[in-house]
Design a protein around this ligand. Structure first.
Ligand code: OSB
Ligand code: MG
Length: 374
């Protein structure tokens, strides 16, 4: 496909409520959107890098630079035929996976439109609906958290994930389990613990958690495998899994029993499918993680979640939980059974609200292919 233009935008979207993790509070997202124009079609990609390089080494600003100076020119100079060609095109650039994913996912989006098939089908998806969970940030008090859980359960969500850290863990789990003994509950530490906390982490086994997500270092496999030997509760790795090789290493070392797949973290649809397949072949279930995406990234998460081995509820939930107004139409909704229906129309299945995006844009760079090639 000929690349006619790549338009990079930074949009600012305030969250309807702040989101607190073990590494800080997010009130407003600074989201990079990549619009790729090709032969009359427009594909969209979202960069899931955070405002600060805390979750991973990438940030909104580092991804902007990587796309403008390196990845955009590479794509224009070596136009892909398929989304799956992108990893080869970007091969010289190390890391910068969230920046790469923004472009690669836009190419898959175009390819689905060109072929006239739903994006989910192009990716090899087989499920018509996907089970949904919610990720709940650290709150200022336990009663506040309980009130939020009550609301999310009433809305139908199938799994509640609690962000945790030292000081916001066992007491919280105790109170939640006391009130709701039977719900599917998990926790996510975002690397807030160390091996010296192992005795403490073993006490989490009392709460029948579906999983403990990324308790230790963001880049670790070995110590997670040591910890997993001591835990009944399955460990799920998020931050540590950057690609298929990491997934294989983690599975072979028994560092985890479940894998969270995030499109940005692994560099786009190609690697996400590879991680999915590697896990499936070894009997390890996966689920789709979230990065407080706008509707564009969310629509891609939904399509990805249609693959067969996405058997556990993902952090893929309704637009209204994040945004007063989402940048896609219709916005993402979740049924009272806690499910999202995979769109069956060509492409990503949601229209992009170009006028709203234009209003939210604080920075924009339009690069025509000829200029990109130089
Ligand atoms: O670790 O899963 C995570 C949000 C930002 C950074 C990291 C994570 C998260 C979430 C939110 O848990 C998931 C969502 O988008 O609802
Ligand atoms: Mg996580």
């Amino acid at each position: 496909m000929r690349i006619d233009a790549i338009i990079l935008r930074e949009v600012h979207l305030p969250l309807v409520r702040p989101f607190e993790t073990s590494f800080g509070v997010t009130r407003e997202r600074r989201i990079l959107l990549a619009e790729v124009q090709s032969e009359g079609l427009t594909g969209w990609g979202e960069c899931t890098a955070g405002e600060h390089p805390y979750f991973s080494a990438e940030s909104t600003d580092s991804a902007w630079a990587a796309i403008v100076h390196e990845l955009g020119p590479m794509l224009a100079a070596d136009p892909p035929e398929h989304g799956g060609d992108c990893p080869r095109i970007f091969k010289l650039v190390r890391g910068n996976r969230m920046a790469k994913a923004a472009l690669e996912n836009a190419i898959w989006d175009i390819e689905a439109q060109r072929e006239g098939v739903p994006l989910a089908q192009l990716l090899g998806g087989v499920q018509e609906t996907i089970p949904c969970g919610v990720s709940l940030g650290i709150q200022s008090s336990i009663p506040e958290l309980l009130a939020i859980i009550e609301k999310e359960l009433a809305a139908g969500y199938q799994r509640i994930k609690l962000k945790c850290k030292p000081g916001w863990d066992v007491e919280v789990f105790e109170r939640v389990r006391h009130r709701w003994p039977g719900i599917t509950l998990s926790c996510d530490a975002n690397s807030a613990y160390r091996l010296r906390d192992a005795d403490h982490l073993v006490t989490f086994d009392a709460f029948d958690l579906l999983m403990i997500e990324q308790p230790l270092w963001h880049d670790d496999f070995y110590y997670h495998s040591m910890l997993q030997k001591r835990l009944e509760t399955p460990i799920c790795l998020d931050e540590s899994i950057r690609n298929r090789r990491d997934a294989l290493a983690a599975i072979e070392m028994e560092s985890c029993k479940i894998i969270n797949i995030k499109l940005g973290r692994v560099g786009g649809f190609s690697e996400a499918i590879a991680v999915h397949n590697a896990a499936q072949e070894r009997g390890v279930p996966v689920w789709c993680g979230g990065m407080l995406e706008s509707g564009i990234g969310r629509s891609h998460n939904i399509a990805l979640s249609s693959l067969e081995n996405f058997t556990l509820p993902g952090d893929v939930s309704a637009s209204a939980r994040y945004w007063a107004e989402d940048i896609i139409e219709p916005e993402v909704t979740v049924s009272s059974a806690g499910e999202i229906t995979i769109p069956d129309t060509p492409g990503r299945g949601y229209e992009v609200r170009a006028d709203l995006i234009e209003r939210l844009t604080v920075r924009k760079e339009k690069i025509r292919a000829l200029e990109l090639v130089g």
